[in-house]
Ligand binder design. Sequence first.
Ligand code: 3PG
Length: 397
Amino acid sequence: MYSIKELDLQGKRVLVRVDFNVPLDEHQNITDDTRIKAVLPTLQYILDHQGRLVIMSHMGRPKGKAVDKLSLAPVAKRLGRLLEQEVVMAEDSIGDDVEKQVNGLEDGQVILLENLRFYPGEEANDPDFARQLAALGDVYINDAFAVCHRAHASVEAIVSHFPETAAGFLLLKELKYFKDAMEKPRRPFVAIIGGAKVSSKFGALENMLPRVNKFIIGGAMANSFLKSMGFAVGRSKVEEDLVEAAGALRQRALREGVKFYLPVDAVVAPEPGPNVETKIVPIQEIPENWMALDIGPATSRLFDEALYNAKTIVWNGPMGMFEIDAFSRGTISMVYSVADSYALSIVGGGDTDVAIHSTGQTDRISYISTGGGAFLRLLEGKPLPGVQALGGLEIHE
Ligand code: 3PG
């Protein structure tokens, strides 16, 4: 893939795919504009080089129909404020009217197309929808790391229409940090993997096993590992069909010299909820009808010690049900352990990002990925369709 710096942008209609899938409250106010700010360097670069900026994005999952509350209009407003210039909000993403608007742009002007997923052709990777989008640009730039794992029309099918394509600065940065960590990590290299389901992280665990020195496992997915070791985990969430495989993976890790850290205590409750009775128990003593919903303080100390000498840390997934205050301490404590370390620390995944932002520790983490699914797919060692379409991971600068 080529860098945006290789392209001549002056006077051209520069069609840029970004990921403005940002959280909105019930009044359509943006509650977190991290993803908008993350692509400002690319957008500003295009404007500084007298490109005519045509921006495409999706928002939410409207399932191929126009849904007012998933309009990108609030994003156009916020982006205008951040760029300190007018951002025209298009009423549609394809069609004659939009084409006229785009062709009327002058150098240095900006238009944001309406939510691409209002058309079923976007998610279907439909060549005709891709062709209609491609008619709106002379060059194509992908700066939408967070949606690069989707083979969608604006990410994949569109690319064949352009002789000149490139990656924006955000996509380049995401891939560079990932490659630094995975291909030439400074050691010890520690992977912290959490979250609810072992099934969704199994591929990442298998792919990382030969690369890391330590695994730290938290979140409900730890229960399947604990069960495989013979611990009674009460009513905690367990994926029964994966218990055996989890045990085998742990054994393999140990055989290959990878240290494997699991919770030694837990915050338990009869059920998840904001006002339920909770207690902290050793992992051997989870009561029969209770559930483990967060790691306990002894586990936080253990994990902190395991991170002490780390030189590279990759973290995906929370340590417990952190969206509920009573079960958030394990994840918050992990944020501080990672932030306090001297390692190159790379964190990805929506929930994990929210935890870091809530603690104000963002500047003390080396890199926070804007991707959830895309980041996980990289950890699984699988190619990203959006990156493949641009020519693969190798960057020509
Ligand atoms: C994300 O938020 O992870 C991306 O915008 C992709 O969204 P999707 O999971 O709806 O495809």
